[in-house]
Design a protein around this ligand. Structure first.
Ligand code: NDP
Length: 249
């Protein structure tokens, strides 16, 4: 069970896919949930769907220098941040050799450095209350070689390393840090990559012992558990939610 007192969560990329499912779970538990994305229409639609405990903020997180002010504004409005889910992410399918410096940088800024800056700014206030929970959304691409996702894989592997390092440093201060590594989940991100290539989709599914793709709600269930008191003694974990993909086939 989640704590009975008022709780505030931030879910980045909460306007769609996995982030929206996580935000819906949190709102369903009475958690005041701030969702952040770049697309106002998407966020507004989510707000209408999720109701009054959902607070959309339009913000491009790849603009790293603007993040401290973003967190300050959230603190002024909501007074506390109990849970941060670093879910926003981008991917780009390109051969290694055609990936430009700018492509690489764009992905690293959004998937990694923004996660670092957001976490640092949020942790500053979590340290004062000696409590908090951060969940990074990683990927099985962090652990397994996949073609044409060079910068994405690099960013997610770094997230795994950062999860462990943060957990070791911060857990003694009451702040738990965990990550979730989704397998193939049905969202806009995979629709572009897999649905346009049935052969690739079949190959991906043949490597998934459960034989089907996951749903955003499967990741949301894990994010709800990790944020709850039921996970009070869990930190530094990278939890696969992947239909068995990571155990082999
Ligand atoms: P979506 O494309 O549906 O969601 C990505 C979200 O990130 C969008 O809501 C988008 O919002 C937001 N976002 C992207 N860039 C920025 C930015 N610069 N600033 C603010 N928000 C941003 O994909 P998923 O739901 O599938 O992905 C969510 C996470 O799960 C990602 O980190 C992804 O890497 C990870 N993941 C997904 C898997 C899958 O199979 N789907 C597998 C493994 C990991 P907006 O468009 O409004 O900017």
């Amino acid at each position: 069970m989640l704590q009975a007192n008022k709780q505030v969560a931030i879910v980045t990329g909460g306007g769609s896919g996995i982030g929206l499912a996580i935000a819906a779970k949190y709102v369903g538990q009475g958690i005041h949930t701030i969702i952040i994305g770049r697309d106002n229409d998407k966020l507004e639609k989510a707000r209408q769907e999720l109701g009054t405990l959902c607070y959309p903020i339009v913000h491009d997180l790849s603009d790293l220098s603007s993040i401290p002010a973003l967190i300050n504004n959230i603190m002024t409005t909501h007074g506390q941040i109990d849970i941060l889910v670093n879910n926003a992410g981008i991917n780009m399918k390109k051969d290694f050799i055609t990936t430009t410096d700018e492509d690489f940088q764009q992905i690293i800024h959004t998937n990694l450095i923004a996660v670092f800056v957001l976490s640092r700014e949020v942790i500053k206030q979590m340290q004062l209350r000696k409590s908090g929970c951060i969940i990074h959304i990683s990927s099985m691409a962090a652990q397994y070689g996949m073609p044409r996702v060079i910068a994405y894989s690099a960013s997610k592997s770094a997230i795994d390393g950062m999860t462990r390092a943060m957990a070791v440093e911060l857990s003694g201060q009451g702040i738990r840090i965990n990550a979730i590594a989704p397998g193939f989940i049905e969202t806009a991100m995979t629709a572009t990559a897999l649905n346009s290539d049935p052969e690739r989709k079949q190959k991906a599914l043949s490597r998934t012992p459960m034989g089907h793709m996951g749903k955003p709600e499967n990741i949301a269930d894990a994010a709800l558990f990790l944020a709850s008191d039921s996970a009070a003694y869990i930190t530094g974990v990278i939890l696969p939610v992947d239909g068995g993909n990571s155990i082999g086939f």
